[in-house]
Design a protein around this ligand. Structure first.
Ligand code: F0G
Length: 500
């Protein structure tokens, strides 16, 4: 739709102009730093940073009703930079010029209501928000679109001709980083560092296909992260892990989209998401908080982070009820089917603590929870979700198992509705489905298939039939008739079909 066709009072808001002041804020010493330099940690005390718009209050001059109309009408226009997550431009990174925004189709992911069968398993109405339907098939594209748009802007401002973007990954950040870098041209190259044997073949194929330099190293993600941190500290590289706070801003769009999908009424919603490096839960809370502070939404939804029993440092931290006594301790992870979230020392932990505090202090009651689920429950949930019309990865299975646990624990009230993050496409995690169907999980996973959920292809090739067609060798005439008759009779027998 053309802007001139929109209501007159909206038109001037549709195409935003860069404005405001963004600063890095250190979560340790609270110092602020300008964004002319790419920073990941505080130069003074080494703690992680958050990016803030120090002129955010100007957005309160626009009414919540007006914001809602701006976003809804903006969704109708055809301007590529505003088509994806940047249709929430003012709430993401309002200093990036529109012509520097990189858009590869991220965001706008579907919110799909679970059928009655799944609802009965979980105990409440719920939806999956399918973030696997992003360009590189995970939610990471949201953060990457923002971080890469900033790098694009940064490079042109500083005439930087040769940037190497680097990340450690459990497989999805690397796929997203490599994809966006490959789009952006010669000035940006990407290198990814992966824990050997701890990403799926599909995830490994993604950065290879995008032409990134792919390095596998022994250990788990936490070890790769340490190596990448050392590289970022000592060499000229652009770090693309969620330690990079531009990533967090882009991932806030997940919350903005949920708000929009439910007509900005989210007070009775429960957002459930898997927690690994804890960037996503930080972003989701922060996004809702910003919308709340600007009056775009009137109440905050509940947030439930989910961790596997094999990688649960955030869950353990919150087990202590008294905030003053909480001590964060990294854990040694064990093999997990939610492999992309198999992280023992999340870099965003200081962010989670601060943002969850802010979130809980605004709401009249506690709103942020972390639950723990078993590996078996994650796998059964993924398989059941996919058998009921959804496209859910193991981490999405973790969300579903977490929702069920939260209902059992009385965290989710009767009239509340879940929105579960299926963070990646199920096709990336086929190897876990395969292990389930073949009953071939290594003992450390501690997962056994439910027999009735197993599924296999069946070869139909009657031994009494002499000839079969093959590429380049088709059957003809009588032989073909015989083939079709015998095969269809055989298949009708297997399927127990009634004759017409
Ligand atoms: N789900 C998927 C599919 C993921 O890839 C990740 C993290 C998570 C959930 C957890 O999100 O880290 O923000 O708490 N993957 C990162 C990666 C670590 O390298 O791809 P988080």
């Amino acid at each position: 739709m053309k802007i001139s066709q929109l209501p007159e009072d909206i038109q001037k808001y549709i195409i935003p102009t860069p404005n405001g002041t963004m600063l890095y804020r250190c979560l340790g010493c609270n110092n602020h730093f300008g964004i002319d330099e790419l920073l990941y940690t505080c130069p003074d005390c080494g703690t992680v940073l958050m990016l803030e718009d120090s002129s955010f209050d100007r957005y309160k001059d626009i009414s919540g009703e007006m914001w809602r109309r701006i976003f809804d009408y903006r969704s109708m226009i055809c301007d590529p930079p505003l088509k994806g997550i940047f249709r929430f431009y003012e709430f993401i990174a309002p200093i990036i010029p529109l012509d520097k925004i990189v858009y590869l189709g991220e965001g706008h992911t579907p919110v799909v209501k679970a059928n009655n069968r799944l609802r009965d398993i979980v105990g409440r109405d719920f939806f999956f928000k399918d973030d696997g339907l992003n360009p590189s098939a995970s939610f990471k594209d949201r953060g990457m679109a923002c971080a890469m748009s900033y790098i694009n802007y940064f490079a042109s401002k500083n005439n930087a001709g040769n940037i190497l973007a680097i990340c450690a990954s459990t497989g999805d950040t690397s796929a997203a980083a490599a994809l966006y870098a490959s789009y952006m041209g010669a000035f940006l190259k990407s290198a990814v560092i992966l824990p050997q044997g701890k990403v799926t073949p599909q995830q490994l194929a993604q950065p290879l296909g995008a032409g990134a330099k792919v390095m596998e190293i022994p250990g788990v993600f936490d070890d790769c992260m340490k190596v990448v941190e050392a590289l970022a500290e000592n060499y000229h590289v652009a770090l693309l892990n969620s330690k990079n706070s531009w990533r967090i801003l882009g991932q806030e769009s997940y919350s903005y989209e949920i708000a929009q999908a439910f007509d900005y009424e989210v007070g009775d919603k429960v957002i459930v998401l898997p927690v690994g490096n804890a960037g996503n839960i930080t972003a989701v809370m922060s996004g809702f908080l910003k919308f709340y502070r600007a009056g775009v939404i009137k109440s905050l939804p509940k947030i439930i982070g989910v961790q596997s029993e094999h990688a649960d440092p955030v869950y353990r931290y919150y087990l202590e009820g008294n905030p003053d006594k909480r001590v964060f301790r990294p854990v040694n992870v064990k093999a997990s089917v939610a492999q992309a979230a198999m992280i023992g020392n999340p870099v965003s932990m200081p962010r989670v603590i601060e943002v969850a505090n802010a979130y809980n202090s605004i709401a009249p009651e506690k709103k942020v929870f972390v639950v723990q689920v078993r590996e078996q429950e994650i796998m059964d949930s993924m398989i059941m979700a996919n058998r009921n019309g959804n496209v859910v990865c193991t981490q999405g299975g973790e969300s579903m198992a977490g929702m069920k646990r939260a209902v059992e624990l009385g965290i989710v009230k009767k009239d509340e509705t879940g929105i579960l993050d299926s963070t990646a496409h199920m096709l990336k995690f086929l190897s876990f489905q395969e292990k389930y169907f073949n009953d071939s999980f290594e003992p450390e996973f501690n997962v056994k298939p439910v027999q009735r959920l197993k599924n296999f292809p069946m070869l139909v090739k009657p031994s009494t039939l002499g000839k079969f067609p093959a590429p380049g060798n088709p059957l003809t005439g009588k032989e073909m008739d015989e083939f079709v008759t015998r095969m269809s009779t055989e298949i009708a027998g297997i399927l127990d079909l009634e004759k017409r």
